[in-house]
Design a protein around this ligand. Structure first.
Ligand SMILES: Cc1cc2nc3c(=O)[nH]c(=O)nc-3n(C[C@H](O)[C@H](O)[C@H](O)COP(=O)(O)O)c2cc1C
Length: 296
């Protein structure tokens, strides 16, 4: 496939950042993927939840980079690029090679503000926690940080909800040791698909919020205990001012969302921001306070 200047392989690439501010494009894999067939997305109005098994459908990193590079002058000043290892790749060396090749291909054409390495896709054939072992995570992060070193571009890593407290602490240590700038918690939660219980689809939105908060809380405690400096980015059920405040209570300054686009519309960001409860008259929690909030 040849991308001409008129082929729009990323619908919304221009209008979404114009409406919302900083966006992260992706995930993109090393090679194009068709994704899953049939119905791949559901919404539950009552709980403001989404569920999807898109399965990393994407045009591949080369076309994505080419597409964005062709539109460089019209891109917002700040944007990120999310990359993922091809689902089903179990060989560590091959996974590392894909990550390094993907970053190299992008940097030959364009410089995102940050890269996100997505190691947490629940709706592909991988075990959602399988990618997130210490050894594999360390290898992937080390290779990605090294590939980004010269360009001085920070690496963020996106992880799953529903891991154990110990695993979050372990992952945080690995990220800190390998020079990862931020961890995004979390991706969607694997649940049986509404139309076929034998396959998984990732839940986002309202039904994810508690699990995402738990993940962030475990990471925040580990961050204090390990005296780590890595940033924690909250993601999962950010739908209104209260859920935004939930993340802020745990010391999270930066958040991401997807489902709010569905339930709050394209102006979700300023709407949610305007709903943030007024905390001007409340004492700002210190790091110690936050830890005790989390521990309780
Ligand atoms: C249709 C759909 C496709 C998604 N695809 C990706 C993806 O390719 N890579 C990724 O890191 N996260 C992906 N996500 C997960 C979201 O980025 C986000 O982490 C998740 O939905 C939780 O946020 P939310 O509660 O605001 O929806 C996808 C979510 C949805 C709903």
């Amino acid at each position: 496939m040849t991308v001409t200047h008129n082929t729009n392989i990323m619908p919304g690439w221009k209008i979404i950042p114009a409406l919302l501010g900083a966006v992260e494009f992706g995930s993109f894999t090393r090679y194009p993927r068709m994704g899953n067939h049939g119905i791949v997305m559901w919404r539950d109005e009552l709980t403001q939840s989404t569920q999807n098994r898109v399965g990393l459908k994407n045009p591949g990193i080369r076309l994505a980079a080419q597409f964005l590079a062709q539109r460089w002058a019209e891109l917002p000043p700040i944007w990120g690029l999310n990359i993922a290892v091809t689902p089903g790749v179990t060989d560590d060396a091959q996974a590392v090679q894909e990550v390094v090749e993907s970053i190299t291909i992008v940097l030959q054409q364009i410089q995102p503000t940050w890269f996100t390495l997505n190691i947490s896709c629940p709706n592909t054939e991988d075990d959602p926690s399988g990618q997130q072992t210490e050894q594999k995570t360390r290898l992937l992060c080390r290779a990605a940080v090294a590939a980004l070193h010269e360009a001085q571009i920070p690496l963020w890593v996106k992880i799953s909800p529903d891991l154990s407290e110990t695993q979050y602490a372990l992952l945080l240590r690995v990220f800190q040791e390998e020079g990862v700038a931020a961890v995004i918690a979390t991706n969607t939660l694997a649940q049986p698909a509404p139309n076929d219980a034998s396959v998984n689809a990732g839940v986002g939105g309202g039904k994810l919020h508690t699990a995402a908060m738990t993940a962030v809380a475990h990471l925040a405690v580990a961050k204090i205990r390990q005296q780590a400096t890595i940033d924690i980015i909250g993601c999962g059920g950010l739908l209104n001012g209260n859920s935004y405040r939930d993340f802020k209570t745990l010391g999270v300054e930066v958040v991401q969302y997807w489902s709010a686009l569905v339930f709050r519309g394209p102006l979700a960001a300023p709407i949610i921001e305007s709903e943030l409860p007024d905390v001007r008259n409340e004492p700002v929690p210190t790091t110690i306070d936050r830890a005790s909030i989390i521990a309780n």
